[in-house]
Write a new protein. Structure first.
Ligand SMILES: [Mn+2]
Ligand SMILES: [Mn+2]
Ligand SMILES: [Zn+2]
Ligand SMILES: [Zn+2]
Lengths: 130, 130
DNA sequence: ATGAATCTAGTAATGATTCCTATTATTTCA
DNA sequence: TGAAATAATAGGAATCATTACTAGATTCAT
């Protein structure tokens, strides 16, 4: 099914790409409503799903009840903060060794892929802990 | 809070330890009802939670909507089958290299830990694919 | 044995997500 | 350019895994 060009879809992807916070659908809904006050939550859900299928955004199925979304589709990893729950990026260049190892593992075990989530303290919470 | 010894709790952990299937709470509920027909689903949920907190079982928060539970608390990894959804064990001895690397990563990045889920075809589905 | 602590069954509530539908917007192509 | 066809929308209902509530039962420590 071809994706039409709608205002709703354009604003959703635009606003998501402005963020570094890996919002849930309902968090993004609040933000998008500043531009499109009449948009419905269902539209945000549906478009995030379609955009993820099309490879335009990432759908993150991490621990926690809610799915999160990421406008950055470049390869990187995620850490969940044990204190505040925020998702922080861990860029692949810091992790090239583990990335190589995981790819080797995928080959060796003849599996399709993997999902890796790191757990720890985000920068903000680490600073506050002093 | 100290855990009492109840029939319900004993049967839940016993039946879970007999399985290699990583059941959801409701799947285990069906099995436990063969021994205790009057048990409630809430009791299964509550006990699995308490037993996981006590380190007697593992709570697996993998992809998919439902949590799964594992009576085997020895270190090992899990693979979700893309065809049937089953969770299959990947024992740590097969994965000692990746295990070492992940532990190094945890040290290097000063994080607490990680969650790794492999994705692929389980043995049964791989056999059926020929 | 007894009082306090813990647990249970049954049921209601919660909350994230998906589904439904009448209406509106977008695309296609004659 | 202008229907007809296709796709998307808002708003609301439905789903369903999980958690919360509660009165009564069980288990525990002494
Ligand atoms: Mn990210
Ligand atoms: Mn296992
Ligand atoms: Zn934090
Ligand atoms: Zn399978």
């Amino acid at each position: 099914m071809k994706l039409s060009n709608t205002n709703q879809r354009r604003i959703i992807i635009e606003e998501l790409r402005n963020l570094y916070t890996h919002p849930t659908a309902d968090e993004l809904y609040v933000i998008v409503r500043e531009k499109l006050p009449q948009i419905s939550l269902g539209t945000v859900y549906r478009n995030l799903e379609l955009l993820a299928d099309a490879g335009k955004v990432l759908k993150l199925e991490l621990s926690g009840k809610q799915k999160r979304f990421d406008g950055n589709v470049n390869k990187h990893f995620h850490m969940r903060c044990r204190a505040c729950g925020r998702i922080e990026d861990m860029h692949a260049d810091k992790m090239s060794e583990i990335d190589r190892n995981l790819n080797d593992l995928v080959d060796k075990l003849k599996v399709d892929g993997y999902r890796l989530e790191l757990n720890g303290l985000c920068n903000k919470c680490r600073a506050e802990e002093e």
